[in-house]
Design a protein around this ligand. Structure first.
Ligand code: AMP
Length: 209
């Protein structure tokens, strides 16, 4: 968990490799629905482009069915879910029904100023989804992915107005979820200000038994 730009989408795939557990990003799932122009994608797009949350019932339905897939039986890394207390409660209920529970909620904490700078330069390869930052970690050739030569794109919701709204949405709707897990002694906080490698090291040491 963490505000937009904290590094969830950078760290979650690394943690997924490290723990050999599938990475489940609700943002990626929604973007795939938008790209496929499905009914769900068309409905979700308006919320996403404005930086608002997609309604709880849609998100809860999406995650509950994802949890039932075979590859989720040994555990998953959730990225971007839950983002409201209602989602956290629904997740606890679904896991309880399946005989499981949350192991740990990880909060990646970063200063607001750093977040805004990160989001303004964020770009992703259209093809292989490799993340770049146009100032801090640009590709060798401008606009072209180092790994696959694909075109780089910036997210609609990384535009300044949407970013402002996403930060407000985080404070109002998602910060209470941190309290929810803190109260249940499930929350750990990792400083997300450093390099991706440095943050990953802290993440691994904080999550090792
Ligand atoms: P992300 O890639 O995690 O930043 O998510 C991008 C956008 O997808 C968010 O700004 C929301 O509009 C939507 N979204 C992703 N996860 C959720 C969620 N758990 N609840 C509601 N909306 C979500």
């Amino acid at each position: 968990m963490g505000p937009p730009g904290a590094g969830k989408g950078t760290q979650a795939p690394r943690l997924s490799d490290h723990l050999k557990a599938p990475h489940v990003s609700t943002g990626d799932m929604l973007r795939a629905e938008v790209a496929a122009a499905s009914d769900l994608g068309l409905k979700a797009r308006t919320f996403m482009d404005a930086g608002d949350l997609v309604p709880d019932h849609v998100m809860i339905g999406m995650i509950v069915s994802r949890l039932q897939a075979d590859d989720a039986s040994e555990g998953i890394i959730l990225d971007g879910f839950p983002r409201t207390v209602a989602q956290a409660v629904a997740l606890d209920e679904a896991l309880y029904d399946a005989g499981g529970s949350i192991d740990l909620a990880i909060s990646i904490d970063v200063d607001r100023e750093v977040l805004v700078n990160r989001l303004a330069g964020r770009a992703t390869c259209k093809g292989c989804k490799t993340p770049y930052h146009l100032t801090y970690s640009p590709p060798a050739t401008a606009g072209e992915c180092d790994k696959c030569g694909g075109e780089l794109e910036q997210r609609e919701d990384d535009q300044p107005e949407a970013v402002k709204n996403r930060l407000q949405v985080f404070d109002k709707q998602t910060a209470p979820v941190l309290d929810y897990y803190r109260g249940r002694k499930k929350l750990i906080t990792v400083d997300g200000a450093g390099s991706p490698d440095g943050v990953f090291e802290s993440l691994v040491s904080a999550t090792s038994p």
